[in-house]
Design a protein around this ligand. Structure first.
Ligand code: 13P
Ligand code: SF4
Length: 324
């Protein structure tokens, strides 16, 4: 395999996969860099990362490390969160245009107006949001800790939850709390539909359906297990079941297969009317872009100090309120 680093670059062209991996590993030592990668990135990225995790694990890893440089292979809000936690570190991203459409579906002014319509409500915001939205929030959460955090809110307080309506509706159902939901969704998870999922369950009668809470309720109601990416992974390791229909971004199957080599993982089928169950943005992190960003020390994530301090409170509260 060769790279697609453009001609004219000071980085040699046509480096083999092995050469790229070896250069990334040397640079990592030279720069005292920590490479963080989400489970939805390509296997070649997961292979060179120091830590591969879900959003919560990666936010925690960004908080506690001795690196001088954090290289974040994920989507923009993840690298931005790492920078908010670590203002003195250089935070790099292989592709700064790898944004999260769910985060982008929540414009700051609209969210401020939404919040103002419910004065006194506690604002809990999914980490898949911009720094500006975090600054307007009381507590950030991820899909791993959302339920745990909502359970800590006094019963007499109203809760605003955004931007993911599917995760919000699922947590509302689990906790019995009424929540005022922002109507955003993740195009990857929202693409799974009940019909194709039930067809897959009929085709694989021995397989368990496992689903991420960003999926719609019509899918979640059929799942044997619902949980964040990390919890789904842990479930497949401990479950006595030998095969699983996996309703989330299929990048996680690489790690599931690694942890349970004898088990079978079937990506949940795409809905022919809405065939978008791969996260294009996560896959924008390629090995050559990862190498380039380390050599060039850019694109660098920059967050203005006022905004950083305003967003930090809700992230800190999340880390304090999460189960250990
Ligand atoms: P988790 O990493 O919390 O499972 O969230 C999934 C996701 O869509 C990340 O963007
Ligand atoms: Fe955003 Fe969905 Fe991609 Fe996660 S999987 S980064 S929520 S678009």
């Amino acid at each position: 395999m060769t790279t697609n680093i453009p001609t004219g670059s000071t980085i040699p062209e046509n480096l083999s996969h092995e050469e790229l991996v070896s250069r990334i590993r040397s640079l990592k030592k030279e720069m005292n860099a920590l490479i963080l990668a989400h489970y939805y990135t390509l296997p070649e990225i997961q292979q060179v990362a120091d830590i591969v995790g879900d959003s919560l694990a990666l936010a925690r890893a960004a908080e506690k490390n001795d690196a001088d440089v954090i290289v974040f292979a994920g989507v923009y809000f993840m690298a931005e969160t790492a920078k908010i936690i670590n203002p003195s570190k250089l935070v790099l991203m292989p592709d700064e245009y790898a944004g999260c459409p769910l985060a982008d579906s929540c414009p700051t002014d609209d969210f401020r107006a939404f919040r103002e319509r419910h004065p006194g409500a506690v604002v809990i915001t999914y980490i898949n949001s911009s720094a500006e939205i975090k600054a307007l929030s009381d507590i950030t959460c991820t899909s791993s800790n959302a339920e745990h955090i909502v359970r800590q809110i006094p019963a007499d307080r109203q809760i605003i939850f955004g931007p993911d309506r599917n995760l919000g509706a699922y947590i509302a159902k689990q906790t019995g709390r009424e929540m005022i939901l922002w109507q955003g969704y993740c195009y990857v998870h929202d693409a799974f539909g009940e019909g194709p999922i039930l067809d897959a369950c009929r085709q694989h009668p021995g397989a368990e359906l496992i689903a991420h809470p960003e999926c719609r309720e019509e899918v979640l109601r059929h799942a044997a297990f619902v949980g964040s990416t990390q919890k789904m992974l842990d479930y497949t390791v401990t479950s006595p079941c030998r095969s699983f229909i996996v309703a989330t971004e299929p990048g996680i199957i690489y790690e599931m297969q690694k942890r349970s080599p004898g088990k079978t993982f079937i990506p949940a089928p795409k809905d022919p009317d809405n065939p978008r169950s791969v996260c294009k943005q996560m896959k924008q992190n390629t090995l050559d872009k990862l190498y380039r960003c380390m050599v060039e020390r850019k694109p660098e994530i920059v967050v203005g100090e006022d905004l950083r301090l305003a967003a930090l409170g809700s992230i800190r509260r999340m880390l304090e309120m999460s189960p250990s």
